[in-house]
Design a protein around this ligand. Structure first.
Ligand code: MD3
Ligand code: FE
Length: 199
């Protein structure tokens, strides 16, 4: 890794431009099979980040709360995780076990993700792997308690972040994206992929 920040392993510039273009092409097919939607929190508020998933499970939220589900809200099964994405997991995390879920987060210019923990998965000994594509984003990470001091850094297109060990249960979020900082996506914005073992 190029840096370790609060236990998070940053592989800055891990993906070449060609690899990023390949991934965006695969993600366009993914989104055609599983359209982006705006999850609603249990408080009835629409999230500013649009989402979809691939793999055995996808992440979903509505007024009943958030959970992993085996189908897209339109009733179709989630598409397979693209090989271009699996290759990153296999190189950096495991050749033994593939992830169950690839959550796709799309950030327009005003999207944000508040500070939260990811704890809906059964086994926290598996890390979460995150891939950033498109515009730069200000990422914030703290400790395992909500009140712990936080640190922020920029995530840029092609960066890979691995959250394992103590960082697996760290509070984290996206404060803002910086519009127009990348030309990778013709529509602009930012895509974050997170690969997870769910059960
Ligand atoms: C730290 N996504 O989908 S990725 C999420 O950029 C999420 O869309 C952000 O937080 C995004 O849940 C941040 C980096 C990340 C992902 C998972 C983590 C950081 C994490 C899990 C545990 C600790
Ligand atoms: Fe998260």
């Amino acid at each position: 890794p190029s840096a370790i920040i609060r236990g998070a392993e940053l592989h800055a510039g891990y993906l070449s431009h060609e690899e990023q273009l390949r991934m965006v092409k695969d993600l366009r097919a993914l989104v055609a099979a599983a359209p982006l939607f705006s999850p609603v929190t249990r408080w009835g508020k629409e999230m500013s980040v649009r989402m979809t998933s691939a793999g055995r499970y996808g992440w979903y939220s509505d007024r009943r709360g958030y959970r992993y589900v085996d189908r897209h809200p339109d009733g179709r099964a989630w598409p397979a995780i693209p090989d271009s994405v699996l290759a990153v997991w296999r190189a950096l995390v495991s050749r033994e076990r593939d992830p169950d879920c690839c959550l796709v987060n799309f950030y327009g210019p005003d999207a944000r993700m508040g500070l939260h923990q990811d704890r809906d998965e059964a086994d926290f000994s598996w890390p979460v792997l995150s891939i950033s594509l498109g515009d730069d984003a200000r990422f914030r990470i703290g400790g395992t308690q909500r009140g712990d001091r936080t640190e922020s850094f920029w995530l840029r297109s092609g960066d890979v972040l691995i959250l394992g060990g103590a960082a697996r249960l760290a509070y984290h979020g996206i404060d803002r994206v910086a519009p127009g900082t990348s030309a990778l996506l013709r529509e602009g914005g930012r895509i974050n992929l997170t690969l997870r073992v769910v059960d």
